[in-house]
Design a protein around this ligand. Structure first.
Ligand code: TUI
Length: 313
């Protein structure tokens, strides 16, 4: 399990936890890092000082490497970009945008920079700007997504850059992780499976909704306005998709989703809230600790990859 990704991150295993809004806070991040993966704080739309406190709380719980995911659509992205410098965070991942204006300063401070990309064009650009690695995230992932599947995106990104690539979107067990490696990844990012981990501070209703999800329960809203978001279907997605089909404006639809993720994650309102999860939700059945998840993933992947040859194009 030693790859260029474990080398760059300084972790035992090439597994990183997704920077999920409202979910990826210090309890989860420190548990993943303690178990040998890379835990991430998801800055999402949080104010910079909240993120700073989360960083400090991770440090109280673990001496292992961890990271912060900066959601670039956040009104606080600029300030959070500064906080990670001040707090000397070891790893930064970014999502939902292009982080190039921050990269020089992060690199100069010795931060490992790993942008999440959903296209080859952005992957190439990020390599030119000095990214240490990339996360290639396909549309099987939960939350804000791009257009391509992981199966098609990942090998195309791998072929386009020399830096290591981490596969994301649709990985729920060792079969998925082994598949990512066969497609050329040197690590995986996992979100949904960690949402149901014991350490995730997520309402039981939300965890149960994932554990009970069927394969066809995953839907994408917001395609009509170029903001596709993957969640589990409920009353709220039915209303949203109906309005969307009727040609509702972006502003009208936005009103419907305001605060909806927090409502689901913290209050457990999984009927009217936004239950972001990847397509793999239908396969997730077990409640486990982060350590159990990581050790099981590694064992399954090693078994499957035994004897597999590294293929050079
Ligand atoms: O960012 C994510 N997933 C997220 S962010 C989020 S919070 C949110 N909620 C509702 C609406 C918007 C945000 C929930 N889930 N994943 C990483 C990711 N990045 N997926 C896709 C992209 C992406 C897409 C286009 C990255 C860059 C990009 O192009 C930017 C450019 O300028 O070329």
């Amino acid at each position: 399990m030693k790859t260029r990704v474990t080398e760059i991150l300084g972790t035992e295993y090439p597994i990183i936890q997704g920077g999920m809004a409202w979910v990826a806070e210090h309890h989860l991040a420190s548990a993943v890092s303690e178990a040998g993966g890379l835990g991430l704080i998801g800055a999402a739309n949080a104010p910079a000082e909240v993120v700073r406190q989360e960083i400090r709380k991770v440090r109280e719980r673990t001496e292992k490497p961890f990271g912060v995911n900066i959601m670039l659509l956040s009104p606080y992205a600029e300030e959070v970009a500064q906080v990670v410098l001040e707090e000397k965070v070891p790893v930064v991942t970014t999502g939902a945008g292009n982080p190039e204006k921050y990269m020089e300063a992060w690199k100069a401070a010795g931060i490992k920079v790993i942008p999440v990309v959903a296209s080859v064009a952005l992957a190439r650009r990020m390599e030119r700007y000095g990214a240490d690695a990339l996360v290639a995230e396909g549309c099987e992932a939960g939350g804000h997504i791009g257009e391509q599947t992981t199966m098609t995106l990942l090998p195309q990104v791998v072929d386009s850059v020399d830096i290591p690539v981490i596969g994301a979107g649709g990985v729920g067990d060792g079969r998925g992780m082994a598949a990512m490696f066969l497609l050329g990844a040197e690590g995986v990012q996992i979100g949904t499976r960690f949402v149901v981990s014991d350490e995730a501070q997520v309402h039981e209703n939300y965890k149960n909704r994932i554990v009970e999800a069927k394969d066809i329960d995953s839907v994408v809203t917001g395609r009509s306005h170029g903001h596709p978001v993957r969640t589990l279907r409920n009353q709220s997605t039915r209303e949203y998709l109906k309005l969307e089909a009727e040609g509702a404006s972006f502003e009208e639809l936005e009103k419907l989703t305001l605060g909806s993720l927090r409502r689901a994650v913290q209050e457990g309102n999984v009927k009217n809230g936004s239950v972001m999860a990847g397509q793999i939700a239908g396969m997730i059945r077990k409640r486990q600790s982060c350590r159990e998840i990581i050790l099981e993933l590694v064992e399954e992947t090693e078994t499957l990859l035994k004897g597999a040859e590294k293929w050079e194009k």
